[in-house]
Design a protein around this ligand. Structure first.
Ligand SMILES: [Zn+2]
Length: 154
Protein backbone atom coordinates (compact mmCIF):
# COMPACT_ATOMS: atom_id res chain seq x y z
CA UNK A 1 0.00 0.00 0.00
CA UNK A 2 1.19 3.51 -0.81
CA UNK A 3 1.87 5.22 2.51
CA UNK A 4 0.90 8.64 1.18
CA UNK A 5 -2.70 7.49 0.89
CA UNK A 6 -2.99 6.01 4.39
CA UNK A 7 -5.38 8.13 6.42
CA UNK A 8 -3.93 9.41 9.70
CA UNK A 9 -7.05 10.98 11.13
CA UNK A 10 -10.78 10.54 10.61
CA UNK A 11 -12.58 13.44 8.99
CA UNK A 12 -16.27 14.22 9.16
CA UNK A 13 -16.50 13.01 5.57
CA UNK A 14 -15.23 9.60 6.72
CA UNK A 15 -18.16 9.41 9.16
CA UNK A 16 -20.49 9.15 6.17
CA UNK A 17 -18.72 6.11 4.73
CA UNK A 18 -21.03 3.48 6.10
CA UNK A 19 -20.99 0.09 4.45
CA UNK A 20 -22.59 -2.21 6.96
CA UNK A 21 -25.34 -4.03 5.13
CA UNK A 22 -27.75 -5.47 7.64
CA UNK A 23 -28.24 -2.83 10.33
CA UNK A 24 -28.27 0.31 8.21
CA UNK A 25 -27.24 3.92 8.79
CA UNK A 26 -28.86 4.78 12.09
CA UNK A 27 -28.60 3.83 15.73
CA UNK A 28 -31.49 4.16 18.18
CA UNK A 29 -32.03 7.35 20.11
CA UNK A 30 -31.65 5.49 23.41
CA UNK A 31 -28.05 4.64 22.49
CA UNK A 32 -27.21 8.31 21.82
CA UNK A 33 -28.95 9.23 25.06
CA UNK A 34 -27.10 6.51 26.97
CA UNK A 35 -23.73 7.77 25.70
CA UNK A 36 -24.66 11.39 26.41
CA UNK A 37 -26.43 11.05 29.75
CA UNK A 38 -25.42 7.81 31.46
CA UNK A 39 -21.90 7.76 30.04
CA UNK A 40 -20.93 11.43 29.86
CA UNK A 41 -23.30 13.49 32.03
CA UNK A 42 -23.43 11.00 34.90
CA UNK A 43 -20.27 9.03 34.25
CA UNK A 44 -17.67 11.78 33.97
CA UNK A 45 -16.44 14.08 36.77
CA UNK A 46 -18.32 17.40 37.02
CA UNK A 47 -21.14 16.12 34.78
CA UNK A 48 -18.69 15.94 31.91
CA UNK A 49 -18.04 19.69 31.80
CA UNK A 50 -14.68 20.26 30.14
CA UNK A 51 -14.81 16.94 28.34
CA UNK A 52 -18.01 17.82 26.50
CA UNK A 53 -16.55 21.20 25.56
CA UNK A 54 -13.44 19.53 24.11
CA UNK A 55 -15.43 16.85 22.27
CA UNK A 56 -18.10 19.23 21.02
CA UNK A 57 -15.65 21.84 19.73
CA UNK A 58 -13.65 19.19 17.86
CA UNK A 59 -16.81 17.83 16.22
CA UNK A 60 -18.01 21.35 15.40
CA UNK A 61 -14.70 22.27 13.78
CA UNK A 62 -14.89 19.16 11.62
CA UNK A 63 -18.30 20.00 10.16
CA UNK A 64 -18.26 21.13 6.52
CA UNK A 65 -20.19 24.37 7.14
CA UNK A 66 -19.47 27.98 6.14
CA UNK A 67 -22.35 29.92 7.64
CA UNK A 68 -24.73 29.78 10.59
CA UNK A 69 -27.55 28.78 8.19
CA UNK A 70 -25.52 25.80 6.94
CA UNK A 71 -24.74 24.85 10.54
CA UNK A 72 -28.43 24.89 11.45
CA UNK A 73 -29.15 22.71 8.39
CA UNK A 74 -26.54 20.20 9.57
CA UNK A 75 -28.18 20.19 13.03
CA UNK A 76 -31.40 19.12 11.29
CA UNK A 77 -29.66 16.62 8.99
CA UNK A 78 -27.87 14.94 11.91
CA UNK A 79 -31.12 15.09 13.89
CA UNK A 80 -29.41 16.87 16.76
CA UNK A 81 -32.58 18.94 16.76
CA UNK A 82 -34.59 21.50 14.84
CA UNK A 83 -32.90 24.86 15.47
CA UNK A 84 -34.29 28.32 14.87
CA UNK A 85 -32.86 31.79 15.42
CA UNK A 86 -35.20 33.43 17.93
CA UNK A 87 -33.25 36.57 18.79
CA UNK A 88 -30.56 38.51 16.98
CA UNK A 89 -28.39 41.45 18.03
CA UNK A 90 -25.06 42.75 16.77
CA UNK A 91 -22.95 40.57 19.08
CA UNK A 92 -25.47 38.03 20.25
CA UNK A 93 -27.76 35.42 18.69
CA UNK A 94 -30.18 33.08 20.45
CA UNK A 95 -30.88 29.73 18.83
CA UNK A 96 -33.78 27.66 20.14
CA UNK A 97 -33.70 23.94 19.39
CA UNK A 98 -36.95 22.01 19.13
CA UNK A 99 -37.04 18.21 19.08
CA UNK A 100 -33.76 17.98 20.97
CA UNK A 101 -32.60 14.46 21.91
CA UNK A 102 -33.55 15.31 25.51
CA UNK A 103 -37.22 15.97 24.71
CA UNK A 104 -39.41 13.60 26.74
CA UNK A 105 -36.90 12.78 29.46
CA UNK A 106 -37.98 13.18 33.10
CA UNK A 107 -37.64 16.77 34.26
CA UNK A 108 -34.81 17.47 36.69
CA UNK A 109 -34.92 21.08 37.70
CA UNK A 110 -31.53 22.74 37.78
CA UNK A 111 -30.09 20.37 35.18
CA UNK A 112 -29.16 21.37 31.64
CA UNK A 113 -27.86 18.39 29.73
CA UNK A 114 -27.27 19.60 26.17
CA UNK A 115 -23.87 21.21 26.60
CA UNK A 116 -22.20 18.95 24.03
CA UNK A 117 -24.60 20.14 21.34
CA UNK A 118 -23.82 23.74 22.31
CA UNK A 119 -20.09 23.02 22.13
CA UNK A 120 -20.56 21.58 18.64
CA UNK A 121 -22.19 24.88 17.72
CA UNK A 122 -19.29 26.75 19.32
CA UNK A 123 -16.61 24.80 17.44
CA UNK A 124 -18.39 25.31 14.13
CA UNK A 125 -18.97 29.03 14.78
CA UNK A 126 -15.32 29.53 15.79
CA UNK A 127 -14.31 28.11 12.43
CA UNK A 128 -16.99 30.01 10.46
CA UNK A 129 -16.20 33.39 12.04
CA UNK A 130 -12.47 32.70 12.37
CA UNK A 131 -12.53 34.20 15.85
CA UNK A 132 -13.47 33.20 19.36
CA UNK A 133 -17.21 32.67 19.71
CA UNK A 134 -18.89 31.69 22.98
CA UNK A 135 -21.93 29.45 23.15
CA UNK A 136 -23.85 29.03 26.39
CA UNK A 137 -26.78 26.72 27.06
CA UNK A 138 -29.50 28.89 28.59
CA UNK A 139 -32.58 26.64 28.41
CA UNK A 140 -33.13 22.88 28.44
CA UNK A 141 -36.22 20.66 28.34
CA UNK A 142 -34.76 18.65 31.24
CA UNK A 143 -34.66 21.84 33.34
CA UNK A 144 -38.38 22.29 32.64
CA UNK A 145 -37.97 24.91 29.90
CA UNK A 146 -40.12 24.95 26.75
CA UNK A 147 -37.13 24.10 24.52
CA UNK A 148 -33.36 23.92 24.55
CA UNK A 149 -31.79 27.28 23.79
CA UNK A 150 -28.29 28.60 23.24
CA UNK A 151 -26.81 32.07 23.42
CA UNK A 152 -24.07 32.67 20.87
CA UNK A 153 -21.82 35.66 21.67
CA UNK A 154 -19.30 37.17 19.29
ZN1 LIG B 1 -31.86 19.42 24.95
Amino acid sequence: MNHATVAQEFTFDDMKKISRTKLGHTVPMELYRAVRLIGMYQGLPMKGKGTTVTIGRKIGESLPVHSLEELLDVFRELKIGDPQIVHEEEHKIHVAVKDCFCEGLPEMEGNMVCDLEGAIMEGAMNKIKNKRVFVKEIKCNVNGDDCCEYEIRF
